[in-house]
Design a protein. Sequence first.
Length: 114
Amino acid sequence: MSSLALLEQMSTYSTEMVDAARANDWDRLSRLEKQVASLRDRLGVEEALAFPGRQKRMSEDERQKKMALIRRILDDDKEVRVHTEPWMDNVRQLLSGGTRERNVRKAYGEPDQS
């Protein structure tokens, strides 16, 4: 698969990630993120193997398409973070509250229930 085709597939998945994040479908978002990561890794390997020790000269059209795809992927990533960061903040608060409660109990013992 060419690097352009890999980027196109990554872009498709990143758009689906936006939809999953908007729907709070964290399982689907996680699966899609793994697929994007796999393609990203593959992209790096394929480009390194295709042109060891030298830069490939790409056409201006291919360069423009790649740039547009990368921008779209980055924009999608930004949109996903808009939806995931507040959720992650809530999880952090929940977890830190539990830690705080455990620390208080450890320091002062269990409250007297009588």
